[in-house]
Structures are given as structure tokens and as C-alpha cells.
Ligand binder design. Sequence first.
Ligand code: SF4
Ligand code: SF4
Ligand SMILES: [Zn+2]
Length: 309
Amino acid sequence: MEEGSKGVRRTCGECGDTLDDLWAAAGKSVCPALACQAAATRRRQRERMALRTELARRELAARGVDPTRTSWSVVPSFQGGAVPLPQAHRAAFVAHLIAAVDEAASRDPGPSPSTPVAARTPAPAEALAFEAGCRSCRGHCCRRGGTTAFITADTVRRVWSRHPDLTPATTTEYYTRFLPDTHLEGSCVFHTATGCTLPRASRSDSCNRYLCSDLDDTLRSWREPEGPSGTHYFAAISLEGGGVTGVASTEVPRGTPRKADRLDQIAHAHGRLTGHGNAGGIAPTPPGSAASNSRPTELGGSADPPGGG
Ligand code: SF4
Ligand code: SF4
Ligand SMILES: [Zn+2]
């Protein structure tokens, strides 16, 4: 800051140039230059990561895990509590679904444009590792599912290609039967304390493929020649909620593939190939049942993770 003829002049926290009066009056601390805005964003991200890391260290230590002697990483954390699924959300989902089904029905018949659940080489040990991460996180990424669950006409056509007996009307019935009575507040209509109530094969590709940057970073670290072995801990940290959802651990198997196909990793991360639930068939599993959500064990909690999407 510097004194000017109009009083205190503010300067850009990155380049040091004097800030425009209007810009300063709006409470900005960085000038509008793209380079400065980008630098400020990177700085904020570093500060947030440092804070998450420190909170994770404390959380691990509080659970008797020495963070200096074990492999661990931070994942996001969803803090929402269980509430009755609002009728308005239910209605909005049904409206969205009907539109998706209508669009799917209006298209020319042909192969589904959506990638089917492919028969890729399983890597179950790694799948367990990622499931532990999503379990501790409780599905931060599922917030964006909202009242659409990311379901599109492509999703519907993929489901139809596997189950040609379904009609538009029964498709809507099929999906709505999985709507839970109670979901996690502020998240997807299918997101519950015990995970995603939708069978994996009926979730959107977005749900089945998404991998957050925290898990992606962990995966990269595992592929390093000097990557960890033994137990790896995931600490789920939320800065917004000011809390920790949980800590889950898994074993990093010896010989973790260093050059595995990324799609394989993602598919396994989301349990698509590990035989969980009824991923291979549409026969409904009651929402919230263990069969539709089964995942590996967790430290300090019992909830199955969400779809991880
Ligand atoms: S992929 Fe989603 S559920 Fe899994 S850790 Fe990342 S944000 Fe959480
Ligand atoms: S994985 Fe399930 S809970 Fe998460 S966004 Fe997808 S449908 Fe919703
Ligand atoms: Zn600047």
C-alpha cells in the first residue's frame, strides 16, 4: 500500500502496480492482469493444500498413525448429513429423466454412443485402494449430481442396449424405484449415507469415470519407481465444513502397475469391474443394500462410499 493524493492507494499483491480505485474499492487485492489473477489462484491453492495437509497430519496422528512414517494422501470430504429427500428434488429428477428418456427414444436406433462397461484387465488391489479414498471422502464429487444424477440420453441408451426389454415408461419406473427416502443434504438424489443407491451399470458415464485430482495424484505417486508399498491412508479433509469425514486405509500391493492404462484405473476405482452390486445386470438391488454398494473396510466408519463419481 502507498499514500496517494486521494489517500491510501492499494497495490496489486502480485505485481505491485497500483490498483484502480474502483478495483480497490471492490476489495480486490490483485490487479486484473491475467498473470496476476493466475498467480493469485495458484497461491490460494497452495495455501489451501498446505492447510489440508496440516489437518490431515493432525488427524492421522490423533488416530495413532505416524504421518512421517507411513504413506498417506488427502482426499476431499463431503460433510452433508442425512435428510428426507425433498419431494421437489424427486419431482425434478423425474422430469429430467423423462426428458432424457424422450430424447433417447427420439434418436435413431443403433449402437449406444456410451462406452459400455468394458472387459478390461482387473486390478482389484488398486480398486480397493481407490475405494478406500472414496469411502473416507463420502462422495464430495456427488454433490454435483443434484437432481440429474448426470443421467443423459446416452445413459438411457446404454441401459437400453443392455436391457432391450425396457420401455420408456418402465425405464422411468426402473430409475425412480432407486430413489431413497433419505439422502445426504445438498447432494445427488441418489447419494445416501451408505453410498449411491443406483446400480453401477445404470449410473452415468460421468459417475463411473470421474476421478478427482486428489485420487489422480495418489495414483501417479503409486506409479513412481519409488512409490509406496504397505499401508496407505486416505484422510478426507474439508476446509469448508471445517472437518474430517474420516480416514480409511488400504494396502498398496507390491508391484502396483507403473504404466497402467488410466481408464483401467478409473474403472477399477469405481468398482465397475470388481463385481460389486449388480453392475452386470439390471435386476434391482434394493436401494442402500450392501449388495448395491459393497466396498472394502474402513477405519473409523461404517458407511459405504458413494459411487465415487
Ligand atoms: S472421486 Fe469423488 S468420492 Fe472419490 S475421493 Fe474423489 S471426490 Fe471423493
Ligand atoms: S455416483 Fe450415484 S450418488 Fe454419485 S452422482 Fe452418480 S448417481 Fe449420484
Ligand atoms: Zn498485478
